[in-house]
Design a protein around this ligand. Structure first.
Ligand code: GAL
Length: 861
């Protein structure tokens, strides 16, 4: 069909040329200028009509093709020849200078499946070189080895191994042969294995991971092969690693033009003639357009350009993340030699100085959060379900944006964002040439930054969820005067690298220097000006940077411990007193108030930030620091605290109260949330707060007596009452036009009596990866959660599953995330159950001395 299209285009060209020739001759006959104009307009009109007829015919042909019965081909939507290579590795923690060798005896090493993070298996201690800032967990050197058989049939194929990320300083050997080194812990890479393999025999991959020199990170980095590994077995002539680029330069309601670039590798010195067939499938796997091209490939890599059209495209957006998929088949002598899939989300967007972010023609606020890459009790070992759960929790809050602070994420996170509708800011670096800690990336900068950035862009540029490239966070080179040229130079260099690989997205940096001379911004190379914090300066942004576009790359940095409240709620606690001061007057139990009245001196409360955001149309979006708590950086405390207080959701995934503030502002659903709990000292005056939406007012009752109606006044995003405590029942009702919308009740909890278990999912896949997150609640005999319960819990599991992690969300706990015992914290704990490979019914039993135990059943299918 592609040939027909080409033929038609050729006819059109001949026709247009004949028109031009005709008009040239006419000129020779000295036609009057007015006549000439009329003639020209007539020709233009004819051209337009021709074009329209042509496009109509094209669309009709495609429609007919689609409608032919039996035409539907099921695409596999899996890259052929690329398989999961995570199972059956051997691991040793410690140095072992000979462990790269083929014959090295590793029989006694521990067996495990990847992804793996050895740091999270260790004990918390402030003597680990990462310190409390790095999560107080161990680093060190670790070795991984995998024995695998390579069938004789692989001889002559292209065989490679793909790592999506190893933290850090990895070195890889195949059968004792050194393949290479990658210092950057967040970058994906491939090594070709073909020529070093033994075919029809056993082969050994050895990987050394060196995370011994610390601190090298301002947060918990994890250690090990913590992301996916894949084995790649392809035809020698194949589509290259990250071998496609897809763009949609024209998107109108009638059609979208898809520009595809495919890089094909041919090792043969003899030219190879191949056919490239591209099929775009819609979400239901129906083919919507096809192209075919015959190309002759010289040795090396050849870029093949293609253009396709999709009729009446279904656009991708944060609320309707509709995905097409481009299947590229490489045919040699009519046989499929390679198949490659590229996700395709069709959308138009601009960042506008006045209107902010405009997606598919509509103004959309990016309501985002920043997240680090750890998954709480799982450490940094990437797990799709754990990441999906985080995104589900955030989506339900009304969040539509993720900033992958401050590094490239796992590829599978971007797959999830494509599917679930998040506007991603994909960030490259936290450090350039100037250091933030002694052993960080500044040591690798000179040699690696170009390669690392290129690889990030090539890997991630086809994800429709990626909208912004950030080339750095709070980069040291931003500071200084005009005389310091380094910041401007590097900004221009990095922006140039990004643009050479993807000109379709804006480039930004996240800056905390927004008051005077910022070298990065002054480079003039950035498309978006990124402000970290400084929400009071948003209003005067256009005075500072006339005509520029603003994105709030990082905001808030407020502090909360789930379930802890410091009275009174209406006095703000700024901890520490200044960014360069230590906290001297914190709480004895290392807690921060969850009333949204505690924040850092560079930050602001969630409510203050949201107010500024709602009323400043020039701010295209904001990314709150942070969506989830993360390991490390326990501001405002130091050891014994070891994880952050910034999260809207705690480390275990339990929402803090402000979660509902966002939900009430960022979603259209009716929300009513009451805080704090209702167990206080008699006659104590307690601040009671409510977040609500889709209602005109709320009314609070204590033991059946109304304490008055309230409505949000002015820019306020909550209502509050000062209530003299009496045990009993606190109830709040929201009403719209006098009719009840929602009601929430809270009872004074009695003595701890029982455990209640609830699972986020009770049906798991038998794939050795799927997870169920089981919430453990300690309650009184009537099921009221005990607000400060911290009982020891122990767990027994039967069936083909394991406990992948235990947590309770406390930033101070030094209990291990592994094993089968954990204390509750402020009433709750979490058990993460991981499915095995067999179908079975799994039973979890939770016990605690003096409490009625609880069980829950899960099905592994
Ligand atoms: C920012 C920084 C983040 C985190 C945050 C804590 O300045 O970009 O990485 O450190 O402060 O408030």
């Amino acid at each position: 069909m592609y040939f027909n299209m080409k033929l038609l285009r050729l006819c059109k060209l001949v026709f247009l040329l004949s028109c031009t020739t005709h008009s040239l001759f006419s000129q020779q006959r000295q036609v009057h200028p007015e006549q000439q104009q009329v003639q020209f307009e007539k020709q233009e009109l004819e051209k337009q009509q021709q074009q329209q007829q042509y496009e109509q015919r094209e669309r009709q042909t495609r429609r007919q093709q689609r409608q032919q019965p039996g035409q539907k081909q099921e695409p596999s939507l899996q890259r052929t020849g690329v398989t999961d290579f995570n199972r059956g590795w051997k691991f040793f923690l410690g140095s072992n200078p000979r462990a790269f060798a083929k014959q090295f005896p590793d029989a006694k090493w521990r067996g495990l499946d990847l992804p793996h993070d050895w740091g999270v298996e260790g004990s918390f201690s402030n003597s680990h070189p990462a310190t409390f800032s790095g999560g107080a967990l161990p680093g060190g050197v670790g070795w991984y080895r995998k024995h695998f058989n390579v069938p004789a049939a692989f001889k002559g194929k292209y065989v490679a191994i793909d790592f999506d990320g190893i933290y850090r300083n990895s070195e890889v050997w195949i059968n004792g042969h050194f393949l290479g080194k990658r210092p950057n812990g967040y970058i994906a890479f491939r090594y070709e294995l073909s020529r070093w393999l033994r075919y029809g025999a056993e082969n050994i991959i050895a990987v050394k991971v060196d995370n011994s020199k610390q601190p090298n990170s301002r947060w918990y980095s994890g250690s090990g092969i913590y992301r996916d590994v894949k084995l790649v077995v392809l035809n020698p002539v194949h589509i290259d690693h990250w071998g496609t680029s897809v763009l949609t330069p024209v998107v109108i309601s009638e059609f979208a033009k898809v520009k595809l670039q495919v890089n094909v590798v041919s090792p043969s010195v003899n030219p190879q003639t191949v056919t490239l067939k591209n099929t775009v499938y819609d979400r239901d796997k129906n083919p919507v357009t096809v192209s075919e091209k015959v190309v002759t490939l010289p040795a090396g890599t050849t870029t093949v350009n293609e253009e396709l059209e999709i009729e009446k495209p279904h656009l991708w957006s944060d609320t309707d993340p509709y995905l097409y998929a481009v299947e590229t088949q490489l045919l040699i002598n009519g046989k499929v030699a390679d198949t490659y899939h590229t996700p395709l989300g069709i959308r138009t967007f601009v960042f506008d100085a006045e209107r902010g972010f405009v997606l598919n023609g509509k103004e959309v606020k990016i309501k985002g959060v920043c997240n680090h890459h750890d998954l709480g009790a799982l450490g940094t070992a990437f797990n799709v379900r754990a990441a999906e759960r985080q995104l589900e929790i955030l989506k339900a809050m009304g969040c539509n944006g993720i900033r992958t602070s401050h590094n490239p994420p796992a590829s599978a996170l971007l797959d999830l964002c494509d599917k679930m509708g998040f506007i991603v800011m994909d960030e490259a670096f936290d450090i350039w040439a100037k250091k933030k800690s002694d052993f960080d990336y500044h040591l690798d900068w000179a040699y690696w930054h170009k390669r690392d950035l290129q690889d990030q862009i090539k890997r991630d540029r086809n994800h429709p969820s990626v909208f912004i490239w950030s080339i750095g966070n709070e980069i040291m080179e931003q500071w200084g005067t005009e005389a310091d040229t380094a910041g401007r130079k590097i900004t221009r260099e990095l922006t140039g690298i990004v643009k050479s690989l993807d000109g379709s997205r804006p480039v930004t940096t996240a800056n905390n220097e927004v008051n005077s001379y910022n070298n990065l911004i002054q480079s003039g190379a950035l498309d978006l000006i990124g402000y970290n914090y400084n929400h009071n300066k948003w209003k005067e942004f256009h005075q500072t940077y006339p005509g520029k576009k603003l994105i709030a790359t990082e905001t808030t940095s407020a502090l909360q411990t789930r379930g802890h409240y410091d009275l009174p709620a209406d006095s703000n606690i700024i901890w520490p007193a200044a960014w360069d001061k230590k906290l001297i007057n914190g709480n004895a139990d290392f807690s921060c108030s969850a009333y949204d009245n505690c924040y850092t001196p560079w930050g602001s409360s969630h409510e203050q930030t949201l107010q500024a955001f709602m009323f400043n149309p020039v701010v295209s979006g904001m990314y709150v620091w942070t969506g989830f708590d993360y390991l490390g950086e326990p501001t405002p405390y130091e050891w014994p605290a070891r994880s952050s207080y910034f999260g809207i959701v705690d480390l275990a995934g339990f929402p803090k109260d402000v979660y509902y503030l966002y939900q009430s502002v960022w979603t259209d659903q009716p929300v009513l949330h009451l805080l704090p709990y209702w167990n206080w000292n008699k006659s104590q005056v307690v601040d009671v707060l409510a977040y609500y939406s889709q209602a005109d007012e709320v009314e609070l009752y204590l033991n059946g007596v109304s304490l008055g109606k309230k409505k949000k006044e002015g820019e306020a995003l909550k209502v509050s009452w000062k209530v003299k405590y009496q045990p009993g029942t606190l109830k709040v009702i929201s009403r719209k036009e006098g009719k009840m919308v929602l009601e929430k009740t809270m009872h004074t909890a009695g003595a701890a009596a029982k455990i209640i278990l609830s699972a986020d999912r009770s049906d798991l896949a038998a794939d050795g990866k799927d997870l169920s997150f089981v919430t453990v609640r300690i309650t009184d005999k009537n099921g009221n959660t005990i607000p400060d319960a911290d009982q020891p819990l122990s767990f027994k599991l039967a069936g083909d599953a394991s406990i992948a992690g235990l947590d309770n969300g406390s930033p101070v706990s030094h209990e291990s995330f592994k094993g089968n015992k954990h204390n509750a914290f402020n009433g709750l704990a979490l058990v993460i159950i991981k499915a095995g490979y067999k179908k079975s019914t799994v039973k979890l039993l939770a016990e605690s001395p003096g409490l009625s135990p609880a069980t829950i059943e899960l099905e592994i299918r």
